[in-house]
Design a protein around this ligand. Structure first.
Ligand SMILES: *[C@@H]1O[C@H](CO)[C@@H](O)[C@H](O)[C@H]1NC(C)=O
Ligand SMILES: *[C@@H]1O[C@H](CO)[C@@H](O)[C@H](O)[C@H]1NC(C)=O
Ligand SMILES: *[C@@H]1O[C@H](CO)[C@@H](O)[C@H](O)[C@H]1NC(C)=O
Ligand SMILES: *[C@@H]1O[C@H](CO)[C@@H](O)[C@H](O)[C@H]1NC(C)=O
Ligand SMILES: *[C@@H]1O[C@H](CO)[C@@H](O)[C@H](O)[C@H]1NC(C)=O
Ligand SMILES: *[C@@H]1O[C@H](CO)[C@@H](O)[C@H](O)[C@H]1NC(C)=O
Ligand SMILES: *[C@@H]1O[C@H](CO)[C@@H](O)[C@H](O)[C@H]1NC(C)=O
Ligand SMILES: *[C@@H]1O[C@H](CO)[C@@H](O)[C@H](O)[C@H]1NC(C)=O
Ligand SMILES: *[C@@H]1O[C@H](CO)[C@@H](O)[C@H](O)[C@H]1NC(C)=O
Ligand SMILES: *[C@@H]1O[C@H](CO)[C@@H](O)[C@H](O)[C@H]1NC(C)=O
Ligand SMILES: *[C@@H]1O[C@H](CO)[C@@H](O)[C@H](O)[C@H]1NC(C)=O
Ligand SMILES: *[C@@H]1O[C@H](CO)[C@@H](O)[C@H](O)[C@H]1NC(C)=O
Length: 729
């Protein structure tokens, strides 16, 4: 259909050109120009191709010389040698580009556009083509076998398209030299991030000139062909992000020009052949995320040129390659999550260019030596989860670009050096789970960029320095499981960026919880458990909207919980083992307006406490509610016994809550038709408010406080089971 329509418009178009030609004898459109115009036609309105062809309206933009059209280059004979429309926003397909019309085309560059459809099967007609780049489009379908005809092509890039199928071995020379087809001239072959799968054909090993082979992020499986060891010109081999299995062929060690070998994220196993140590030009070696075993290749930096080296997330064991010690050009090293052994202070040297090193989760021993202070460009240093001992070398503080220092889960002892104050770029300082002692240095407040500070699980003592409140970018503050004493500095309330966690648990903190913590409105997890905190949980904490987890247990806290649903949503264990926390709405806490008793009736049903207040004519509901709550508070402060255990009060709280003694419980039930929602006039944090019309036209607001009783506590209230559904009104 589309084909037909296009033919019609093409016919019209040609007759229009013929018409013009008859007026102006100078017009002479070649077959190439017509082929380009036909393709332009098929693409619809592409402003980028405005210079192509004739315009009746604007004589200036009429240009019959296709060699002057945008993106077109010709040879001296006026024949097209290059079509370069890279980065032009081109949409449409290649279907109507008649490749047979371009016998002299050397370069076709259409990268980074929005071309759709398939790679036409007649692309092999471009028999002189040397350069074909269709990368970063939306082409789909399989690779046409006719590509094998492009024997002159030295660069073929179809990366970042939706090409499926396999790499047909017939695309490559068969190695006998007999057949005249195959991409024999290839220097650069790039199929990155396509949908290609299957095995990597061993015939690739016959591409004698191949310098760059990039097949990363596809679905290739099976072994790395041994034949790749024959590619004596190969400089870059990128096979990351596939499903390749088996060992690295030892003969890759023959590739003396190899500078860049990337095998990340495959299913490769076995030893890495020591022959890779022969690759003296190697600057980049990525082995991460496979299942390699055995030692790292000891001569990996024999040539001294290694810059980026990763082998993380494997099963490597044994020592750090000896050749790494004097590998001065190292820039980035990731060896985390292996079983490597060795002494951190002996096996590493000085690396002036090193910016990133991660040795975490291995079996390294020794101290953090002064040498590391000479790696002046270090920005990230992670050595978590090893067996480092000794003190933190003060020389670390010379690393004035350091942004991340993670030494957590080691056996580091001594004090936190105050000199760390100089690390003004530090974003993340984790010294968690070590044996650090002494005080938290007050100078920590000078680390104004800090976003994550975790000093938990150490033996730090003394107070929490109030200066920590100056680290206003902190998103996580972990000081739990230490021996800290004194009070919680109210300045922690200034850490309004706190988001992940504020953990002060398992210390010896005393005094009250600062009301300023209510300013931490982004905080998601708060742990104050296992201290000696006293007083109440400040009402201001109800503005910590983001809290999803909190723990106040094992302190000496008392009084009501902040009036917010968030505080009601935590597990009862979040409040357990305190002096006297109360809330009618958290299981396990006694209701605040109830007189505490010790005996349990085991009744777990929802119960209702009723608080009444008059609605004075003209007063708004909100005022009435305030009145109710204020009334309740006054009552509480007057009537709460100082010593609960000695309380012998058997008074019915409901009767205490009477507003004027004339209102009977039954009257309220009757007037609200057993708390029918149609009398509901509002809903507060602790329950619904009902309008009650009493005899004598007196209007009352009645707040029904919901709470759950639990075993071990009794509320001798005038109460009834709440069988109404909790539909809000
Ligand atoms: C073609 O596109 C250009 C720019 O996008 C626009 O100015 C012009 O009006 C369009 N012409 C037609 C025929 O749609
Ligand atoms: C056509 O080009 C000439 C010379 O380059 C210029 O003077 C004239 O203004 C142009 N006309 C239009 C319609 O752009
Ligand atoms: C391969 O190129 C030859 C000319 O060199 C041509 O005759 C032939 O049709 C082409 N084959 C394909 C499949 O494109
Ligand atoms: C290619 O994509 C087009 C849409 O752009 C779709 O209609 C067609 O079915 C796809 N072909 C294949 C082989 O996936
Ligand atoms: C690739 O094609 C498949 C099926 O034809 C489709 O589901 C997928 O979304 C496409 N991916 C991209 C990146 O276009
Ligand atoms: C490497 O090339 C030689 C000579 O061309 C050949 O004999 C051998 O089979 C090739 N090796 C592999 C693994 O393909
Ligand atoms: C390559 O490395 C192996 C083992 O490391 C060694 O025995 C061999 O001599 C090296 N070959 C060359 C050509 O350097
Ligand atoms: C890695 O290899 C070891 C043995 O060499 C094997 O026990 C383990 O299951 C492998 N792991 C994965 C993820 O394949
Ligand atoms: C080394 O890694 C960094 C960070 O990934 C990168 O920017 C740089 O280009 C790499 N160097 C080489 C030589 O690949
Ligand atoms: C470090 O990096 C610089 C700049 O990239 C480079 O010139 C130098 O050779 C590298 N090596 C050392 C040891 O400084
Ligand atoms: C450190 O990095 C900077 C750029 O970030 C570079 O200019 C400088 O040469 C590096 N220092 C060393 C000693 O290589
Ligand atoms: C904190 O503990 C230290 C001993 O570790 C003690 O000297 C100091 O008085 C304590 N401070 C407070 C406020 O309890």
């Amino acid at each position: 259909m589309a084909n037909q329509g296009n033919c019609v418009s093409y016919a019209l178009f040609v007759s229009w050109i013929v018409l013009l030609s008859s007026c102006k004898a100078s017009f002479a459109l070649t077959a190439e120009a017509l082929a380009l115009l036909k393709w332009k036609e098929s693409l619809g309105n592409q402003s980028i191709l405005q210079s192509w062809g004739l315009s009746l309206e604007d004589a200036n933009s009429s240009n019959t010389n296709h060699c002057e059209w945008r993106g077109i280059m010709c040879n001296d004979a006026g024949s097209v040698t290059e079509i370069n429309l890279a980065y032009t926003g081109l949409t449409g397909t290649l279907q109507f580009l008649d490749f047979s019309s371009f016998p002299n085309l050397l370069r076709l560059d259409l990268k980074v556009n929005q071309l759709t459809g398939t790679i036409p099967s007649n692309i092999g007609l471009l028999s002189k083509l040397q350069f074909l780049d269709l990368s970063t489009n939306s082409l789909n379908g399989t690779l046409p076998l006719s590509l094998a005809n492009l024997t002159q092509v030295y660069e073929l890039d179809v990366s970042r398209n939706n090409i499926t199928g396999v790499l047909d071995p017939r695309l490559f020379p068969d190695g006998t030299g007999a057949a005249k087809t195959g991409l024999v001239s290839l220097k650069n072959l790039l199929f990155q991030t396509t949908g290609l799968g299957g095995r990597i054909p061993q015939e690739i090993g016959n591409l004698n000139y191949l310098s760059l082979l990039a097949l990363d992020e596809n679905h290739f499986y099976g072994p790395i062909p041994r034949s790749l060891g024959n590619l004596s010109e190969l400089s870059i081999l990128r096979l990351s992000g596939n499903l390749l299995s088996g060992n690295i062929p030892p003969n890759l060690g023959r590739l003396s020009k190899l500078t860049d070998l990337r095998l990340i994220t495959n299913k490769l196993t076995g030893f890495v052949p020591p022959e890779l140590g022969n690759l003296s030009s190697l600057t980049v070696l990525h082995l991460s995320e496979n299942n390699f075993t055995g030692q790292l290749p000891q001569q990996v930096c024999q040539g001294g040129k290694l810059i980026n080296f990763t082998a993380a997330f494997n099963n490597f064991s044994g020592p750090i390659p000896v050749s790494l010690k004097n590998c001065h050009n190292l820039y980035r090293v990731r060896l985390e999550h292996n079983h490597l052994t060795g002494a951190l202070d002996q096996d590493f040297g000085v690396y002036p260019n090193l910016t990133y090193i991660d040795l975490s989760f291995n079996n390294f021993r020794g101290e953090l030596s002064a040498n590391w202070g000479e790696c002046q460009n270090l920005t990230v240093m992670r050595i978590a989860g090893n067996m480092l001992s000794g003190k933190i070398a003060v020389e670390i503080s010379q690393l004035n670009r350091l942004a991340v220092l993670d030494l957590s889960s080691n056996q580091i002892s001594g004090e936190i050096p105050v000199q760390l104050r100089k690390l003004s770029k530090l974003l993340d300082l984790s010294l968690k789970d070590n044996r650090l002692s002494g005080q938290v240095p007050v100078e920590i407040g000078e680390l104004s960029s800090l976003q994550f500070l975790d000093l938990s699980m150490n033996m730090l003592s003394g107070p929490i320095p109030y200066q920590i409140g100056d680290c206003t970018r902190l998103q996580l503050l972990g000081l739990g499981k230490n021996n800290l004493n004194g009070t919680i500095p109210y300045q922690i309330g200034n850490l309004v960026a706190l988001q992940d966690l504020l953990d002060l648990s398992y210390n010896f903190l005393t005094g009250g919880i600062p009301s300023q913590l209510g300013k931490l409105t982004s905080l998601e997890r708060l742990n104050l458990s296992c201290n000696n905190l006293s007083g109440s949980i400040p009402a201001s904490l109800s503005s910590m909207w983001s809290l999803i987890d909190a723990n106040f247990s094992y302190n000496n806290l008392e009084g009501p919980l902040p009036d917010s649903n968030i505080f009601r949503s935590f597990q009862p264990s979040a409040y357990s083992n305190n002096k006297d926390l109360c809330s009618g709405l958290v299981q396990g806490l006694r209701p605040c307006n109830a007189i505490p008793e010790r005996k349990s009736d085991g009744n777990k049903k929802n119960r209702v406490v009723i608080v009444v207040a008059p609605i004075a004519g003209g007063l708004f509901l909100s005022l009435a509610l305030v009145g109710v709550l204020g009334f309740l508070r006054r009552w509480r402060s007057r009537n709460m016994p100082k010593d609960r255990s000695k309380s012998s009060s058997r008074e019915d709280p409901f009767s205490i809550c009477y507003f004027n003694g004339r209102i009977a419980y039954e009257d309220i039930i009757k007037s609200t038709e057993n708390f029918n929602d149609k009398y509901c006039i509002g809903e507060g944090g602790t329950g619904k408010v009902y309008k009650v019309e009493m005899s004598g036209s007196q209007m009352l607001a009645v707040k029904k406080l919901n709470y759950q009783s639990r075993d071990g506590e009794v509320e001798r209230l005038r109460s009834f089971s709440n069988e109404q559904n909790s539909k809000s009104c």
